[in-house]
Write a new protein. Structure first.
Length: 68
């Protein structure tokens, strides 16, 4: 299942920081097999957090125009 953390989030948070946001905002266990999506204020960048076989994975999408 995929969950979208509503609102904007500080995109400099590392994996552990985002893993703490999941139970605080969604009331779910971050180490479940679900995928958690986070957006920045401008909604042009996303981070996806999920638990793999032996730890967290963090996927990031930055649009090409956003790289400076």
């Amino acid at each position: 299942m995929v969950y979208l953390a509503t609102g904007h989030h500080y995109m400099r948070k590392p994996i552990n920081g985002l893993a703490l946001v999941v139970p605080e905002t969604l009331g779910l266990d971050a180490s479940s097999r679900h995928w958690f999506l986070f957006c920045n204020r401008g909604r042009d960048r996303i981070k996806i957090l999920h638990w793999g076989a032996n730890g967290f994975w963090l996927h990031c999408h930055l649009p090409h125009s956003g790289i400076k």
